[in-house]
Design a protein around this ligand. Sequence first.
Ligand SMILES: Nc1ncnc2c1ncn2[C@@H]1O[C@H](COP(=O)(O)OP(=O)(O)OP(=O)(O)O)[C@@H](O)[C@H]1O
Length: 585
Amino acid sequence: MRFEERAPSALAALDLPANRTQLTGSQVLASVYRHAGEDSDVPLKWGEQTATSTAGNLLLIAPPGCGKTELLAGRAKGLIPLLRANEKVLALTFTNRARANLCSRLDSEIGTKRRIHYVTVRNLHGHAASVIFNHRRLLDFNLDSMRWPRRTTFKRAIERVAPWSDVRTREEVDQQLCRVKCGPLSDFEVLEALTKLGNGIALAVELERVRSDELHYADLLRHAQRLLLNDDVAAWYQERYGAVLVDEFQDLTSQQLEIALRTCSKSRTFAGDPLQGIYGWAGAAPAAIERDLRDICGEPVRSNISYRSSPAVLAMVNAVSVPMGAEPLSAHKPKSWIQGGVSAALAFETRSLEGKFIALAAESIIATDPSASVGIICRSGWRRQRIDETFACRPEIDCVLWDLAVYEPGIVEMIRAAAKRMAIGITLREAERRVVATIDHIDFESIDLIREVFEMLATFGYQDLNSALARLPVNRDEPVFAGVHLLNAHLGKGQQFDWVFIPGFEEGHLPDERCSAGPELKEEERVLLVMLSRARKGVVITRAKTSGGSRRRLTKSRWWDALAEAALTRSSELPGLLRSAQAPA
Ligand SMILES: Nc1ncnc2c1ncn2[C@@H]1O[C@H](COP(=O)(O)OP(=O)(O)OP(=O)(O)O)[C@@H](O)[C@H]1O
């Protein structure tokens, strides 16, 4: 059945200012073409200078989709012949998915074997953990008796000391602890600082952590920084790493920057985009970091040609980024995109209709092009609830929920590989113990995720491993593959999808109600830019006019009108365009 036959009510509910949108859209499109030139082969300078340059330090600054991560992979290739015997390149990212992303780019550039031989790819917490483990004898605590952090460690700690605290209090405590631990403080100095600040809950959480011999994520960075401030420790790493590459520098804290710099002194490459800085709440300071990096690397190499997105997507991206002070982004080979791509803004009467539309649209895209990836990206988890429920009612659509451990790149594969050596009928508990035993204990994040998978299987009532394994999804190493992906904004950083749907353009959600002024509002704008710019072929933004059974009126997001103006696709054209969802010619 055709898309529009299946969704008459959802389509009828669309509310798009068609004429005005088309007019403004063509103007924007014209400017996108003008900037790129027809099918121009750009930007040689950007690529040549970065991949083959043997300059010690290099700073790459460019907006989303210009190929920064790709260039880091190229740079690794160029640096490998310059390494001395026993030296490696260290590539640092922020998340597991970003690590998987960089690994797959490196694999295409230099092959998996050479990548494993010459390049260590870690996220910053993983690198910190290895520094702590390698130099544990210098620590002022016994690492053997400590537990590595889990994703739930902080949540469990605060539930123990302040079970009555609300979400906002918990976030504030988390942020305060992160800020205090952003320097090379000992445990005693952390307690002293928290006492001075007078936040009783934060102090209680920290005391509970020390009492129960746990490390939190922020402790990993703090202890790694302290160790690396020791010149002998730093020299040990500097002999091993002939080059360091850091992706997304805008999200570094000064502590993380120091860890990267002390780890490698020879060749340092940083890639990023200050306008995509979305971790200010965790202590990242893009402007200060950029200043420091200019001192170290000199003038940045820049580009504003997007290899990722169609002209229609870029029209929306530019509508957000240009008022923020960015140069407009242009599409590389703009003519190669069928009809210039898609960008649309759709308002629905209710959240339920919005969810129904998105599910049908995603289903239609996948039915037409099974190789397409569709990202449904929400600013916040609470606003995704209705969307998740809609997809849960439609088991025929395969969905990847990015918050579940079972969908983290490589995790199910690790379980399956270990399970091959286990007897049929082994209990889940025993299987978990044996799977964990096969993982390098420094890889505490994979161990945490494997434990989460087993916890989830136990909740679903599985008794033995074999029956559970049959129900686990096929898991891949790459972060984004064909199918529907449901995620929140921060998880999507650095990733890309053929199609992106962004629900929830209402005040209170976008921007978040706690971030409606000052630097927090600026950061929300950057979050918006990150979400929009994940799209390759098409981006569709949506909002609901009312909420819940009471039909409370919702106020449209302050960014809605500008984006609806920049949208190039009329609602009546959308079904056909979704059906012709193919990769660019
Ligand atoms: N020189 C190039 N030629 C063709 N395609 C490219 C080139 N450079 C990058 N790409 C492609 O463009 C897309 C975006 O690249 P990449 O993810 O490296 O951009 P980015 O600048 O790191 O983006 P973000 O800031 O959003 O993380 C990828 O699909 C990549 O393969």
